[in-house]
Design a protein around this ligand. Structure first.
Ligand SMILES: Nc1ncnc2c1ncn2[C@@H]1O[C@H](COP(=O)(O)OP(=O)(O)O)[C@@H](O)[C@H]1O
Ligand SMILES: [Mg+2]
Length: 355
């Protein structure tokens, strides 16, 4: 909605009221002058002076009465506007004024309505942000506390010498070590997430051939695919696909997609990775088999802290990987989404080509 522009109709209205008041006064004077009592040419000077004053007062009074009657509606409307503005100022955001007429006052009312709605929207948005922030803090505290509690627990056992032999000591030690790593991983992901969430997140852009970059990344994961009994079917174009990206950040996105495919795939099965360019976009698709079709909207996976059942068992899952990926892809003016079809889940990343 755009604020309405002012026109000059209030001045015209006021002038019209003055003219009407003038003619009204003139008419009243004619009526009065017809009455005998007021026409007395033979009176004394004093009497004549009084009469003049009396006449003059009648003229002024008549003018004021007529003018006040004419302008009354406008004044009432103005005080109604002023009252509503007062209420908006006191916190009744979103309150609107009835629009009456088509002059500057109604335009002022329209602008106040616009301001009131905008303030309400901003307020709702702020409240939403506050809620999201609080949720984030709750989730973070919970996720950080879990490994920390376990670390403290095992450290206590060691401190009190509550282990039976060297093997058990090593077992406790290993748990502490892996939980500490989990804690570090969580903090790193959180740090990355908050850094990228800030409106002034910066990209360190450079021009690269995405096809060869992806070939290299996928190549590095081949041993892991084999280890996890996953056959990688990769079809990455040999063409040069130039893109302008922050390599470090986009590699993070691709690695998260491949790691997710490995972690959450049915095993043994296969993982399909394809990369081509369509019109002005580079399109990467990573697909893997899943046991159960996702119940809800697949794109819920991009919400922060979303973790499926399997990820809850997997100690390294934070539920932040995909939301970080989404933010990174969006910072590059690209698009990332998930699709599910016949037991296959696919993640598709689209990126504008560099020309
Ligand atoms: N390729 C995939 N196949 C099946 N489920 C997936 C896949 N990728 C992600 N998910 C689901 O989405 C959740 C969020 O993924 P992500 O944001 O990368 O967090 P994380 O891997 O740390 O749990 C995962 O826990 C998992 O349940
Ligand atoms: Mg992940």
């Amino acid at each position: 909605m755009k604020p309405i522009k002012f026109r000059n109709t209030l001045t015209v209205n006021l002038l019209l009221m003055i003219v009407i008041s003038f003619f009204g006064t003139y008419a009243v004077m004619i009526v009065i002058s017809k009455m005998d009592t007021f026409i007395n040419p033979n009176g004394s000077i004093l009497k004549a002076g009084l009469l003049l004053t009396f006449w003059f007062s009648i003229v002024i009074l008549t003018f004021i009465v007529i003018f006040t009657l004419l302008i009354r509606k406008k004044i009432l409307y103005l005080s109604y506007i002023s009252e509503t503005v007062q209420q908006i100022a006191n916190g009744k955001l979103g309150l609107t004024i009835d629009i009456k007429g088509k002059d500057e006052l109604s335009q002022l009312a329209g602008n106040i309505n616009y301001m009131s709605k905008e303030l309400e929207n901003k307020f709702i948005h702020e409240r939403q942000l506050e809620k999201v922030k609080n949720e984030l803090i709750t989730n973070i505290s919970h996720d950080l506390r879990t490994p920390l509690t376990s670390i403290i627990g095992y450290l206590n056992l060691i401190k009190r010498g509550q282990y039976e032999n060297k093997d058990q000591f090593h077992e406790y030690f290993e748990t502490i070590y892996s939980k500490s790593h989990r804690l570090k991983h969580l903090i790193d992901e959180l740090f990355e997430f908050t850094r990228l969430s800030s409106p002034d997140a910066m990209l360190n852009l450079s021009k690269v051939d995405l096809a060869s970059l992806l070939q290299q990344i996928v190549g590095e994961y081949i041993p892991m695919f084999e280890e996890e009994q996953l056959a990688a079917r990769s079809s990455i174009t040999d063409e040069d696909i130039p893109v302008l990206i922050d390599v470090e950040k986009m590699v993070r996105v691709y690695e998260n997609l491949i790691m997710n495919a490995i972690k959450y795939s049915v095993k043994p099965s296969e993982i399909q990775i394809s990369f081509t360019s369509r019109r002005n976009t580079a399109v990467l698709q990573v697909s893997n088999r899943v046991e159960n079709p996702p119940e809800e909207d697949v794109n819920k996976m991009f919400e922060r802290f979303f973790r499926g059942d399997k990820a809850r068992i997997d100690a390294q899952g934070t539920g932040l990987g995909l939301s970080i990926s989404k933010r990174i892809v969006e910072l590059h003016n690209g698009d990332i989404r998930a699709e599910y079809k016949d037991g296959w889940i696919s993640f598709i990343v689209e990126h504008p080509l560099f020309k």
